[in-house]
Design a protein around this ligand. Structure first.
Ligand SMILES: [Zn+2]
Length: 169
């Protein structure tokens, strides 16, 4: 089979290029760096990125842990740093972060690079990178504390075991 025919004109993967085993779609053509790769218009194309419509830089892992699997249902695309930051910030009350932390993290959530943030603030890149790391650590601490509090609340709502199953005496 020619590599060029692995990705069909309509964007689907030629079913001859994989074998279905226990729900996995196991790529039976070439691997590069241990991952399914094919040629499309002369370009190396990661099949996992193709089937998940992901940008090439995204990390993708297979929940089935099978290096050859290209079943989109088994593939998880990692969030970018900005998406992760935005998702974490969305879980926090606005007042939870220090103002300077929030300003930095918000810029990262908006997709600004460390270099761009540093230039905007007129500060050295290394210093801004350090401040971002510190802000990130503080944000994670606050989130962990919120998780701990909500876990305690859930526990308090649970009936005591004795109440649930009164012992026969
Ligand atoms: Zn799989």
């Amino acid at each position: 089979m020619k590599h060029a025919s692995a990705i069909r004109r309509d964007g689907s993967i030629n079913p001859e290029c994989y074998d279905i085993v226990d729900g996995c779609h196991l790529w039976n053509l070439g691997l590069i760096g241990g991952r399914p790769v094919s040629l499309r218009n002369g370009q190396r194309t990661s099949i996992r990125h193709w089937v998940t419509h992901s940008e090439p830089r995204r990390q993708i892992r297979a929940t089935c842990r099978n290096d050859r699997c290209i079943n989109p249902d088994h593939l998880v695309v990692a969030l970018s740093v900005s998406e992760t930051t935005a998702a974490l910030m969305a879980r926090l009350p606005n007042s939870a972060l220090r103002d300077d932390d929030r300003v930095l993290l918000q810029q990262r959530a908006d997709g600004a690079s460390v270099r761009a943030i540093a230039e905007g603030l007129g500060l050295p890149v290394g210093r801004v990178a350090h401040q971002l790391r510190t802000a990130d650590i503080r944000m994670h601490r606050i989130l962990a504390e919120l998780d701990r509090q909500s876990a305690n609340t859930d526990l308090a709502r649970l009936p005591h075991q004795e109440d649930q199953h009164p012992r026969e005496r």
